[in-house]
Structure formats: C-alpha cells, structure tokens
Design a binder for this molecule. Structure first.
Ligand code: C2E
Ligand code: CA
Ligand code: CA
Ligand code: CA
Length: 287
C-alpha cells in the first residue's frame, strides 16, 4: 500500500496524517463553539429545576436551576460538557446572564401561582469566571428588579474551588454580592481545600455538602463521621447545610439524624423542566 509506505518512510507524510486528525478534532471543537453561540441566539438553552427539600418538614424550600442545551443534532447536552468551553471562550457571561434572568422569571411565576409557593427560593450556579466579572451584582439586581422579586429569594451557588483559589481577593467580591441582599452557598463543599479561617470570614449562608459524602454515608462509620463533622462545622459557623445527591431513604434518615437542614436528590425528584416543576409544586402536598 503506497500511502502507508510513504507515511512510514517520510516524516513529512506522517505529519500530514497526524495533522489531519488534529484538524478534525479542532474542527469539532470549533463546530461546538459556533453551535454554542447559535444556541444562545436560537433559544436552545433551557433550565431544568430540582427541588431543595426541608429535611424535617419535607416542604419544598426552593429549587436549583440547572442548565440544559438541547442541540438540534446531538440531542440534550449536559452542562459538564459545555460549561468548561463557555468558560474558556467567555460565552459564560451572556449564558450566565440568561440563566440568572430566566431563573428569576420562573421563580416569580411560581410566587404568583400559589400562596404556598411564595416562600420558595431559587439557587443559581455561578461559574468562577462569572464570579470574577465585575457586573455580576448588577446583573442579579437587574434581573430581580425586572420581575420585582426580593433578593433574599436568590441563592448564588459558588464552588468551593472558585472561592478558595484566591480567598483574599474573593472576600471583597463576596461582600459586594452579599450587600445586594442575596444568599450565598458554597457548592461541592468538601471536595476542595477550604481554609477554615476564610470560611469564617466569608459572608455565607449555606454549605452544600458534596454528593460524594452522601453516597457512602450508610456504608461505614467513618463516612458518617465525616458528614457529621461537616454539618457540625457549618452549624458552628451559623450556616445551614444542604446535602446533595440523596437517592435512597437510608441516606435521608442518616442525614436527618445528623440535623442536616436541607436535602436535594433523585430521592425526591430529578431535575425537571419548568412545566413539570410546576406540577411537582402543585402535587407536593401528596408526597
Ligand atoms: P452541581 O451544581 O453540583 O449540580 C448537581 C448535579 O447533580 C446536577 O447535574 C444534578 O442533576 C445532579 N444530581 C442531583 N441529584 C442527584 C442524585 O440524586 N444523584 C445523581 N447521580 N446526581 C444528582 P447536572 O444538572 O448535570 O449539572 C452538572 C453541573 O453543571 C452542576 O453541578 C454545575 O456545576 C454545572 N451547572 C449546571 N447548570 C449550571 C449553570 O446554569 N451555570 C453554571 N455555571 N454551571 C452549571
Ligand atoms: Ca450547584
Ligand atoms: Ca454541587
Ligand atoms: Ca458537582
């Protein structure tokens, strides 16, 4: 086979073979980037909502908004597959702004729909680049004002790694956010390295205990002790704990025993679209 022989014989041909593959890969990434730009313009982005439930009363405390991209040919794309790209190319700023606005519009609709929904909050994931962007507070204030929603219904979820990377410079930004009246949660807590000194100095409201601690909570004594330590630490710092990724009744019971405040997970509901979430709210009394 002449082509094979030439590829083996000369470095140049080999490079060509390699560069074709690289070209295809780059092409794919570029295609995805262009598609993502279009997705924003063509309304292909959608929010799903997952209830956050009070561990004691089992009432819905609020919802977390989770982004979905329904791509015309690739189907539903998970945020883990496009948020890193959006962070890299800066699209996270307009996308994040849309998420904040859409989440506020949805929460306002729920507040107006039933008396019982009027206490509910909305948690929104904020990426680290979005958090560093100096327009964030104004974006949130504008979105809340546009639908006349009080800021204390809005929870900004920031990952532990994004606030602990440069904690000293983050304090100012956190304080500015907090001054708007919104609530602040540290997401994926326990997966990164947290300085306890900063945890105390940050103006926080919630710790979200990462799913990894919940997964094995019933398996052995050590896991239970870690969950207990996180909850005790949070309560000593005057923070409420939201446990995420609860799938089974035993996990819920264990967390209840540890005085965990709020529960989120497939046990109650998977993230669902706005319409299904509305039905969930209406039917919640039956659960
Ligand atoms: P996260 O903020 O830690 O969200 C929790 C993830 O766990 C969600 O995945 C949710 O669907 C999933 N989950 C909830 N309960 C359970 C359970 O019981 N079992 C299991 N196995 N999984 C559960 P999702 O929706 O795929 O989101 C993944 C990540 O993408 C989020 O992790 C968050 O970091 C990011 N993300 C989602 N929406 C946004 C957004 O609007 N903006 C930004 N910046 N990031 C977002
Ligand atoms: Ca989150
Ligand atoms: Ca999380
Ligand atoms: Ca996570």
């Amino acid at each position: 086979d002449i082509a094979m022989y030439r590829a083996k014989a000369t470095g140049k041909s080999r490079y060509k073979v390699f560069s074709k593959k690289l070209h295809e890969m780059t092409h794919d990434a570029l295609q995805l980037e262009n598609d993502l730009k279009e997705a924003v313009e063509k309304n292909q982005l959608q929010l799903y909502y997952q209830p956050v439930v009070c561990a004691k009363s089992e009432k819905i405390k609020g919802f977390e908004a989770l982004l979905r991209w329904s791509h015309p040919t690739r189907g539903m794309i998970s945020p883990v597959n496009f948020i890193p790209l959006a962070e890299e190319n800066g699209l996270i700023i307009p996308i994040g702004q849309w998420v904040i606005e859409e989440a506020c519009r949805q929460l306002k609709k729920w507040h107006l729909s039933t008396e019982f929904a009027r206490h509910m909050s909305m948690s929104v994931n904020i990426s680290s680049r979005q958090f560093m962007h100096n327009d964030l507070e104004q974006t949130i204030i504008n979105a809340l004002d546009a639908v006349e929603l009080s800021p204390d219904f809005f929870v900004a979820e920031l990952t532990e790694s994004s606030v602990m990377e440069k904690p000293e410079s983050v304090i100012g930004q956190l304080n500015r956010l907090k001054k708007t009246g919104i609530r602040i949660a540290i997401d994926d807590f326990g997966t990164g390295y947290s300085s306890l000194a900063y945890l105390k100095r940050f103006p926080l409201d919630y710790l979200k205990m990462d799913k990894s601690f919940v997964d094995e909570i019933n398996a052995n004594h050590e896991n239970m002790e870690i969950a207990k330590a996180i909850i005790t630490l949070a309560h000593n710092l005057d923070l409420k704990v939201i446990a995420e990724g609860i799938e089974r009744m035993e996990q819920l019971e264990a967390l209840r025993c540890l005085d965990c405040n709020f529960i989120q997970g497939y046990y109650y509901s998977r993230p669902v679209d706005g319409l299904q979430a509305s039905q969930l709210i209406e039917g919640w009394g039956d659960i």
